[in-house]
Design a protein around this ligand. Sequence first.
Ligand code: NAD
Length: 402
Amino acid sequence: MARKRIGLWLIGAKGAVAATAITGWIALKKGLVGPRGLVSEMPPFADLGLVAWKDLVIGGHEIRDASLVESAEAMQATSGMLSTRDLARCRTELLKVERNIRPGTVLNVGPTIEQLAGAGVRRRREKARTVVRRLQDDLKAFIDQHRLDNVVVVNVASTEPPTEADVLPARWSALSKALDRATPCGVPASSLYAIAALDLGLPYVNFTPSLGSAAPAIDELARQRGTVHVGRDGKTGETLLKSVLAPMFAHRNLEVMSWVGHNIFGNMDGQVLDSPANKRSKVASKDQVLSQTLGYQPQTLVSIEYVESLGDWKTAWDHIHFRGFLGTPMTMQFTWQGCDSLLAAPLVLDLVRLTERAHRAGSLGSLDFLASFFKSPYGVETSDFFEQFAMLIKWSSGVATR
Ligand code: NAD
C-alpha cells in the first residue's frame, strides 16, 4: 500500500509552540534528536501504524508579519533547544514550511490579539462566511500542491477572550446561517478555523483555551462530515501536576481544604494572557480539574502573571492545604519550572498522529480517549490523569488489533 502523506496545518504557525513543534519535527526527521517527550513514540503505540515523521508536510495560518526562522531562533535562544549548528541545519526546511504559511483572520479575537496582527491582516473587512471560504481555499491549495491524503488542523494561536459555547446556536443549520449575516456574528476566529477544517472533512485539534470546536453545533458539523475533533487547552505544566496529585489526595481520603497556584511567565502567550479578558479563558480552564477529581470544591486561587524577564520559562508555585485522620492540617508545596513550548510541542506532534489515526479508523465527533492531553477535555467525566491515560491505552489496543 502506498504511504500516506499527511498535512499538519498550524493556526498560529509562527508562535512559540508552533515554531518549536516545526523545528523539533525537522530535527527528528534529520536524526538530530531522539523521541524523548513524545507519547506516541512509546511502546504501546508502536503497532498503530501512525504516520511517519517523514510523511508529514507542514503549513498554517498566521496573523503577524514575523519570520518562522526568526521565531525558531528566538526559541533556541530562550529554551536552549538544539545547538546553533543543528538549528542552522534545519534552516532550509524551515524556509520550506514558511512558504506554506498564509494570512489568517482576526475576526472576533478582541483588541489584544488584533494588535499583534500585521497591517494586511488587520485591514481585511470580511464577513464570517467569506473568512471560512478563504481559509478553506488555503487548505485545499495545500492539499493539492503537496498531494496530501489528509490534513490535521491544530490551533496553537493566542488565547481569545471567553465565548460561551451556548452563545452560538445549538444546531449547525442555524450556525451556518449566522455566518452569512453581514453584521458581526460573534463567532470567534478559533471557531471559524474549526468550521473551515471540519466542513472539508478534516480533523481539528484545539490546543488552546479558546472556543474552537467546543460548541455543540460544530460537533454536529464534524459528525455530518464524517470527521473528528478534540480539545481543549493542552495540559503541559501545573494542571498536569494537579491531575496527577489530586487523585492521590482523593485515594487516601485526605481532604484538600485549599489549593493555591501562582503562575509567572514572560513569553508572548503571557503577554496576551496579561489582558484580563483573555486571562479569564485560561483561569477557567485551569481551575476545573480539582472539583471533578475530589468530588467537592476546595477553596482555590489561580493566578497568571506576566513577568517579562522569564521568557518561555514558566514557574508555578502551588500551596496545597489538606487534612486527614484526626483533622490535623498539613501542607504540600511544589515549584514547577518548565519551558512552556518544549513541553507543548511534542504533544502537538503526538496529537496529529493520534487524531489522524483515529480518523482513519473511522472515529466520529470528539475524541474522548485523548483526554490526558488536555486541561478541559470535551465531554469527559474524569480529570484523573491515570484514568485518562488508561483510556488512551484501551483505544490503542482496540485499533492495533483491528
Ligand atoms: P504565542 O503567543 O507564542 O503564539 C501564538 C501565535 O498565534 C502568534 O504567532 C500569533 O501571532 C498567532 N495568532 C494569534 N491569533 C491568531 C489568529 N486568529 N490566526 C492565526 N494566528 C494567530 O503563544 P504560544 O506560547 O505559542 O501558545 C499558543 C497557544 O497554545 C496559546 O493559546 C496557549 O495558551 C496555548 N497553550 C500553550 C501551552 C504551552 O505552551 N505549554 C500549553 C497549553 C496551551
